[in-house]
Design a protein around this ligand. Structure first.
Ligand code: ATP
Length: 563
């Protein structure tokens, strides 16, 4: 810092290395990079698209193709706008937002922490540099807390607190600041949080911001509608005008889905009737979701366009607790089985106060990212809330009738109920990032001269690895390229993604495939031409074995089959 050298957190440094590898090897690119990039949008390159698809295919195989009681669905991204009104997304899917009056930073209040006050009562607002500290101190003195004792020390603005009381039991919170030169104390409002990073308590009012992307369907020109309303109502207040414009646009407004889940609730009856499932059963869907996130952060961790893998599992009320337990364990098993460091995946049960009002219980599967623990998947008991809401709004009977318990001989009425729902809802793009982080490793070895050489390896699980086998001719002559291409063809025919590579020395080819996460490399050399054997190199151990050419496919198939 003071010596001009940049110092970085170890986690941040690791992320920079991963981001750079992603670009170098073609996993993830910034969207529209040649135009300066689009904030928070990412493209999956030749290797990234394979990795993400492999992950999603593994999920589908595990939750749909390995279970008799889960069926798949692909619903549309743009749905009837009533879906989002009934689900509560139009009214409530919003983040509370606030602006910092000093830094002008906009942040989510639910992500901000309490004020830090030192043991001697000093409240230090951390400005980015000395000049900013001076300006901020001036603004505090003249606008935000006139009369308070304010000093600057290097990049810090220092205030002196006499007491700090967060809001409690309906009472607003406040911070009492010491007055300038022994003058009277100055009270400022305190809502229990400050600007992250700066520790600034001077904040704007909270506002909410809907996270759904809005668009317009049909041949309407929304701007023309807005202009018409405006021209006809010039005398109205801003608030009234807004309501009139909203009403005029309502007939054509549609939303990009912010989650895949609602598609499964609204197709519940169709799925049930088409496949005659017996309860308990699930509907699974994976695909794109869109949220106009206020803060986008940590590479692809939180982006505006992302992919989800969700299951709605319908069960009889009373059995919901045990199904929540079942799915929470199933999902943890699934995430951990592809990981090098399974201990980095943990459960976090939501505290009662944190639960959505309709949820009975919820566990997050969290991962220890380089910047700390964060969500990867949520497994919630959503009760019968969603089906009942859609039944109410659509007028359809979204209920389950148990025909097995509908025996006329007993005289009992058929058993009909609104199922409870257990929802495991995970991120596919976030999961892809998790496995990239989990796989990234650097090994330092000594070369022939004793110099340290760093080997970067992506230790991706073979089933997730974009390329399963690299096939190389040792040199570009003596029939080696032809033989290597024959082997590649054989892998292609078996549906195994393999790549022929003859560029550069063999060591560089191995290094390239280590970074791509290719678990096996097969090399055709002089001996192959004599005895029909090749070497197969293991990415993680770098050990090489000689195997028969005609066994290469079955050896790789056997190793790929293992989970
Ligand atoms: P967070 O607390 O991280 O904002 P959330 O609780 O809003 O997540 P859910 O609505 O439960 O997330 O969505 C389920 C899953 O979808 C999350 O666990 C995450 O893996 C993924 N997800 C949600 N929002 C995003 C996003 N903006 N970018 C990438 N993945 C996301």
């Amino acid at each position: 810092m003071g010596n001009g050298k940049e110092t970085r957190e170890p986690g941040e440094e690791l992320m920079q290395k991963i981001v750079s590898l992603c670009k170098r090897r073609g996993f993830v690119f910034q969207s529209s990079e040649i135009y300066g990039g689009l904030k928070s949008a990412y493209d999956y390159g030749p290797l990234g698209v394979e990795l993400k698809r492999n992950l999603m295919n593994e999920w589908w195989r595990d939750v749909v193709h390995s279970r008799e009681n889960v069926m798949g669905l692909e619903s549309s991204i743009i749905m009837h706008p009533e879906v989002w009104r009934a689900s509560g997304h139009v009214a409530g899917f919003s983040d509370p937002l606030v602006d910092c009056k000093l830094s002008k930073e906009r942040f989510r209040t639910d992500k901000a922490g309490p004020v830090e006050v030192q043991s001697d009562g000093r409240l230090v607002i951390r400005a980015p540099d000395k000049a900013a500290a001076k300006l901020w101190a001036e603004a505090v003195k003249t606008q935000h807390a006139p009369g308070a004792r304010v000093e600057t020390r290097d990049k810090d603005v220092v205030l002196h607190t006499k007491s700090v009381a967060p809001p409690a039991e309906g009472r607003p919170g406040k911070i009492v600041l010491a007055g300038f030169d022994g003058g009277p104390d100055v009270e400022i409002p305190y809502r229990g949080y400050v600007t992250p990073d700066f520790n600034c308590p001077f904040l704007s009012e909270e506002r909410t911001f809907n996270l759904m992307f809005r668009s317009f369907l049909g041949s309407v020109d929304p701007l023309a509608e807005v202009v018409d309303v405006f021209v006809a109502n010039k005398d109205k207040s801003k608030l009234e005008l807004r309501a009139l414009i909203e009403a005029a646009l309502a007939k054509s407004t549609v939303y990009l889905r912010p989650e895949t889940a609602q598609g499964m609730f609204v197709q519940f009856l169709n799925c049930l009737n088409a496949v005659s499932m017996k309860i308990p059963f699930g509907i699974a869907q994976m695909g794109k979701a869109f949220r106009n996130e206020v803060t986008v952060e940590h590479f692809t961790f939180r982006s505006c366009e992302f992919e989800q893998m969700e299951i709605e599992f319908f069960c009889e009320p009373g059995t919901d607790d045990q199904w929540l337990e079942y799915w929470k364990n199933e999902r943890m098993r699934w995430w951990r089985q592809y990981a090098n460091n399974p201990d980095k995946f943990v459960f976090r049960r939501h505290a009662k106060a944190e639960l959505a009002h309709y949820a009975k219980d919820c566990y997050d599967i969290e991962y220890e990212y380089p910047w700390g623990f964060g969500e990867l998947e949520g497994i919630a008991n959503r009760t019968d809330y969603d089906l009942k809401k859609h039944a109410e709004a659509s007028g359809q009977h979204l209920v389950y009738t148990d025909s097995a318990r509908n025996d006329p001989a007993t005289g009992k009425p058929p058993l009909r109920f609104t199922p409870y729902v257990i929802e495991p809802s995970g991120g596919a793009t976030r999961g892809t990032l998790v496995y990239l982080i989990d796989a990234y490793s650097e090994e330092t070895r000594r070369d022939a001269k004793g110099e340290p050489v760093v080997r970067t390896v992506l230790k991706l699980h073979p089933r997730l690895a974009p390329i399963k086998v690299g096939v190389f001719p040792l040199v570009k002559k003596d029939g080696m390229p032809e033989k290597a291409r024959e082997i590649v063809e054989e892998f292609f025919r078996a549906g195994i993604n393999s790549r022929y590579d003859e560029q550069h020395a063999i060591g560089r080819r191995y290094a390239r495939h280590d970074e791509a996460g290719t678990p096996y490399c097969i090399t055709v050399d002089g001996q192959t031409i004599q005895d029909d054997t090749v070497t197969i190199r293991d990415r993680d151990t770098t050990a090489q074995e000689r195997i028969k050419v005609d066994e290469a496919l079955s050896v790789v198939q056997a190793r790929l089959g293992k989970i």
